[in-house]
Unconditional design. Structure first.
Length: 160
């Protein structure tokens, strides 16, 4: 027997007191450094302080591909804090900021630390009673570069 269920109450996922855990990946192309493509993977943990509004912390690591030189480089790790708000329980908007540390690699000769930020918006596709798939578009900025990225997150909602 095959059974399907349509979830029609998106507001139950983002109640006050719930914990948000996300695994995400993004891919972006630089505006300022044409020819540098980046891929980021991260883990986010948040807490809903009120209905639909979570504060969260994010850890990411970035990999860069020099398209002109066919090189693959890793070495940027970031830690960010911010907020995520769900409009009508389905449309996540997020603003985060923090620090990134870039290690030595083929493109950079010394370790560097800089401030980063991101604004993003997406759409939550409900896969289960407590899981969203969230494709999103983000504007990323820092003192080195600004770029658009497309991302995909799996959001898990835990708690009461």
């Amino acid at each position: 027997m095959i059974s399907t269920h349509v979830y029609t109450q998106p507001e139950i996922m983002s109640n006050k007191g719930k914990i948000l855990v996300e695994a995400n990946s993004t891919r972006g192309i630089s505006f300022d450094n044409f020819g540098i493509d980046n891929i980021r993977v991260g883990l986010d943990i948040g807490y809903f302080i009120k209905e639909d509004l979570a504060i969260k912390t994010i850890y990411e690591t970035a990999f860069f591909i020099g398209l002109e030189e066919s090189r693959f480089v890793s070495g940027i790790h970031s830690l960010m804090l911010g907020g995520k708000y769900y409009i009508v329980g389905r449309i996540p908007i997020q603003m985060v900021g923090g620090l990134a540390i870039q290690g030595k690699n083929d493109f950079v000769e010394e370790v560097d630390t800089y401030i980063i930020g991101r604004m993003s918006a997406g759409y939550g596709i409900r896969l289960a009673s407590n899981i969203f798939l969230e494709p999103n578009l983000a504007y990323n900025f820092n003192w080195l570069d600004n770029y658009l990225s497309f991302g995909m997150s799996f959001a898990l909602f835990l708690g009461k």
